[in-house]
Design a protein around this ligand. Structure first.
Ligand SMILES: CC(C)(COP(=O)(O)OP(=O)(O)OC[C@H]1O[C@@H](n2cnc3c(N)ncnc32)[C@H](O)[C@@H]1OP(=O)(O)O)[C@@H](O)C(=O)NCCC(=O)NCCS
Length: 177
């Protein structure tokens, strides 16, 4: 049974989002940039969510249970310059015990549908560690294309990690052969 909804986050979700983010950050070999102990304060989280709510080219989604517990998050941060306002960068994570149950795909689908009607975002982009096979599978399933590889772009757990750059264009663009 699906006992969660996906909706835009408000500053009132900040505490639950921090609990979720910290649990992912503390996972060994997590697929995200943040590591253990790299915390965001409640005040900063609240300010970030308020700014996202007020923005026309950013979105922060939560998958939230009736209790208020946040089981997944997906953020789209649009560019701040005129030249990059159309392009939004994605970050996403789902609680460990909720993975492989469709939550991540549902969050991304919701985000893509929002972007299509946003009148601002026409490109969605992300970076993913090359060994993060589950995440890459989900992104490709939803139409993201591999655009490049950044060698040793990250250093985590004592080793360099290569990163794929992936993008999803929401309009027809003459892609190179
Ligand atoms: C990546 C993540 C957001 C995906 O969310 P999720 O809720 O687990 O994803 P879903 O359940 O919607 O889909 C998982 C899919 O990956 C597939 N999968 C699982 N493990 C896989 C693997 N090792 N290789 C390829 N595919 C895999 C599942 O079979 C499923 O495929 P389907 O949708 O075709 O049936 C989530 O796993 C997560 O938070 N991981 C840790 C943090 C992270 O890596 N974030 C992304 C940073 S770029």
């Amino acid at each position: 049974m699906v006992d969660y909804v996906i909706r835009e986050a408000t500053p009132e979700d900040s505490e639950q989002i921090i609990i979720h983010n910290d649990s992912i950050a503390n996972e060994p070999h997590n697929g995200i940039t943040r590591g253990a102990g790299e915390c965001i304060s409640l005040e900063d989280e609240r300010a970030y969510l308020a700014a996202s709510l007020a923005s026309d080219n950013s979105l922060f989604l939560v998958a939230v249970q009736p209790t208020g517990k946040v089981i997944g998050v997906a953020g789209l941060q649009g560019g701040r310059r005129k030249a990059t306002r159309h392009s939004g960068g994605v970050g996403i994570s789902v609680d460990r015990e909720w993975r492989d149950k469709g939550v991540g795909s549902a969050l991304l689908r919701h985000m893509i549908e929002w972007a299509k009607t946003s009148n601002t975002i026409t490109r969605i982009e992300l970076e993913v560690m090359t060994h993060n096979e589950r995440a890459i599978h989900v992104y490709e399933k939803l139409g993201f294309k591999l655009e490049g590889k950044r060698l040793a772009a990250m250093y985590k757990d004592g080793q360099y990690i290569d990163i794929y750059v992936m993008g999803l264009l929401l309009f027809n663009y003459p892609l190179p052969e």
